[in-house]
Design a protein around this ligand. Sequence first.
Ligand code: MN
Ligand code: MN
Length: 485
Amino acid sequence: MAKEKKNEKSLSEKKGKVSKKEKKELFAEYPNLWESRSQDDIEHTMAFAEEYMTFLDMAKTEREFVNLAVLALEDSGYVDIESVESLKCGDKVYSSIKGKGLMFAVVGKDDIVKGMNILGAHIDSPRLDLKPNPLYEEDDLVFFKTHYYGGIKKYQWTTIPLAIHGVIIKKNGEKVELRIGENDTDPIFYISDLLPHLGSEQMSQRANEFIKGEDLNVMIGASMLPDDDSSNACKYAILKILNKEYGIDEKDFVSAEIEIVPAMKARDVGFDRALIAAYGHDDKVCAYPALMAVMAQETPARTCVCMLSDKEEIGSYGNSGAQSRLYENFLVELFAKANGGYDELGYRKCIANTKMLSTDVSNAFDPKFASVSDKRNTAYLNKGVKMEKYTGSRGKSGASDANSEFFASILRVFAEHNIPWQTGELGKVDAGGGGTISAYLAKLGMEVIDCGVPVLSMHAPYEVISKIDLYFTYLAYKCFIENIK
Ligand code: MN
Ligand code: MN
């Protein structure tokens, strides 16, 4: 049978039963953004992705992200909030939270009591941390013992190139910064796995058992000094190198913060280069556009704030996690200096009038693992930023459920500015779940909703996102802070 002509109306439409236009207006549709975008949009998408990938390769840890962001902020005229007495419209300030979190703001025209607009992401990612006594030798091989950080599938961390990042504070107080495995001429580090020839018993074990936490030992050396026939000769050879290069000894590891991360760089995926594979998309793929969206502000109507927090992957605890008062201290100082002095009631009103996007990633639907998601309530790659009214697990336990009035006000603003978005939950009911920083900020009284980029293979050493989602997420964040009231 010949294909019906495109413009020819169907029989039911002719009879007036079905109007395609009306149907389109009544139905909720979430189009693929590649289909509906201009050449201009696509060029911006590709350029934004390239800048993100460059940044990501330099900012694999929370400390590196803060260092780079502070450099960019200072370049754009931001100053430490402590260095100023008072603030007026257009002033730009920041505060480092222990070098692992960051708050920064552009002061707006409106009275700050009327509230601020905040974008809040986290900049820590799942990884392996060194144990306090990490160094040991076994059968003439030298290893670092690790303790995994965040939710990982342990077997994914074997047989991939690994890099060492972090800080060691020496006995004299001097800070040594490590970053080994990122340059092409650097050595990398490695966790072994069993050859399949001898792996039949291993392969019959459950996936969460065949590589255990205590198996995540990183190979860091395999030689000894000539003519050294003493015990621990290989460990001694490594300590000699570390002492010569960095002036450290074994006890300096006890107080150090050293992270083992994948040594892979961000790369395009696919012939069409539509996707990006990288370590740490969660949550730098939201932190980066949030950083850029606030940095694009000069004299906004409402004061715009960006919050980049640490420790989200382990519950946002500690004084660098989102539950820490240090983040709120910045808001208090910002309020006091923009308000011409601190007043408790005024501050609380300001926070109650404040609107926030908790900019964190969510899972992208994976057709290979379709059974864990409700296809009608999940985010897809290439359909734009995901608005997530609530997170949590089981009966919404632990969720910060955004208020309908607030959510609808954002959708209204997005519609006015042609910002595409999609929505969904993280998996089927009772399939699992997860949380973000939203609940901790909502507790202070501000309006908060989760809004981020869908990620494929989330929490794997190499995660995947869509470039068009990234770019339209940036536009969504910018639209929010510029227009929400
Ligand atoms: Mn996250
Ligand atoms: Mn995560």
